[in-house]
Write a protein that binds this ligand. Structure first.
Ligand code: CAA
Ligand code: NAD
Length: 283
């Protein structure tokens, strides 16, 4: 199958990044969201990223324009047609994703592959919302998408070999490196990363150190490019909490219990960089 047109659902930080890299690799992209502000913000980020590439003389102005022309913003899923692949990057919530996949199953062509960028939810369960589980697959990009090389690829129980191969091949066309992992809560990336972030939050909660000190230890002591609390703010504290809850539910082990301070921040609307405040304050 020859993929030409890709529908990206969710124009948040992940969806905008995915739309950008798909358009930069020559695909036609529809960028859908339920919220006009998210679309505007997403398109603004893409503009900014591409302008930086022009400034650095990695893209010409004409190339930037043609990348932008390949992205069509959209607020009405029903109006989208002719899509070969959907990459869903809406919020990390099973009910939202199941409803979306049931709808996508009914409005897209029979040949359309339905991929999800979920960070932690079972692909098999998302696929069960459709009548085409063999065409449902996990395609887990990392944040920031234009920079990070990895895409974890996760098969659901029924995902066909053909679909796996198409997605693996597409990932390479996007200049990313595919790594196949099995369908377990948090896959590999977040099963390892999130407990570390949660532990960093416990370290602050228990008064062992300030957020600044925790991050400094991990950056200077372990050579992490960002401290775990800066990274949590960057990912979004709501997303971090959803992922911890999925790990806790999925494994039933208290070592995955979300730190109460993380819950408190999310309840306060301190979601990290995207809301202007998390463990640190952003302008
Ligand atoms: N979007 C696009 N490009 C970005 C960017 C963004 N948000 N942030 C940085 N960049 C680009 C910069 O433009 C710069 O590009 P050039 O070299 O072409 O100029 C390059 O990245 C390096 O940026 P900086 O020099 O400003 O900063 P840095 O060296 O500190 O790198 C970083 C920034 C790449 C984000 C680095 O801090 C890093 O790797 N952080 C950790 C990121 C990480 O762990 N991501 C995974 C999160 S977990 C996840 O995604 C899975 C999940 O399900 C939650
Ligand atoms: P975000 O909060 O930045 O964006 C989510 C967007 O989805 C919002 O614009 C929202 O309006 C939109 N949305 C919500 N419901 C929708 C629906 N029914 N239809 C269309 N759009 C809808 O979140 P994000 O950080 O971009 O995360 C999106 C997905 O990617 C989540 O599943 C998350 O777990 C996953 N993910 C996140 C990261 C990360 O570092 N933040 C990394 C990898 C994967």
């Amino acid at each position: 199958m020859n993929i030409q047109k890709i529908l990206v659902i969710g124009a948040g930080q992940m969806g905008a990044g995915i739309a950008q890299v798909c358009a930069m690799s020559g695909f036609d992209v529809v960028l859908n969201d339920i919220n006009q502000e998210s679309i505007d913000r997403g398109m603004k980020t893409i503009h900014k990223n591409l302008s930086r590439q022009v400034e650095k003389e990695r893209l010409t102005n004409e190339q930037k324009q043609s990348v932008l022309e390949r992205i069509t913003p959209n607020l009405a899923l029903n109006e989208v047609s002719g899509v070969d692949l959907v990459i869903e990057a809406a919020v990390e919530n099973m009910e939202v994703k199941s409803n979306l996949f049931a709808k996508l199953d009914s409005i897209t062509s029979e040949h359309t592959i339905l991929a999800t960028n979920t960070s932690s939810l079972p692909i098999t369960e998302i696929a069960a919302a459709t009548k085409r589980p063999e065409k449902v697959i996990g395609m887990h990009f990392m944040n920031p998408v234009p920079v990070m090389k990895l895409v974890e690829i996760i098969r659901g129980l029924a995902t066909s070999d053909e679909v796996y191969e198409i997605i693996e091949d597409l990932t390479k066309k996007l200049n990313k490196v595919p790594v196949e992992v099995n369908d377990f809560p948090g896959f590999v990336s977040n099963r390892i990363l999130m407990p570390m972030i949660n532990e960093a939050i416990y370290t602050v909660y228990e008064g062992v150190a300030t957020p600044e000190a925790v991050d400094e230890v991990m950056k200077l002591g372990m050579n992490h490019p960002m401290g775990p609390l800066t990274l949590a703010d960057f990912i979004g504290l709501d997303t971090c909490l959803y992922i911890m809850e999925i790990l806790h539910d999925g494994f039933g082990d208290d070592k995955y219990r979300a730190c109460p301070l993380l819950r408190k921040y999310v309840k306060a609307g301190w979601l990290g960089r995207k809301s202007g405040r998390g463990f640190f304050i952003y302008e």
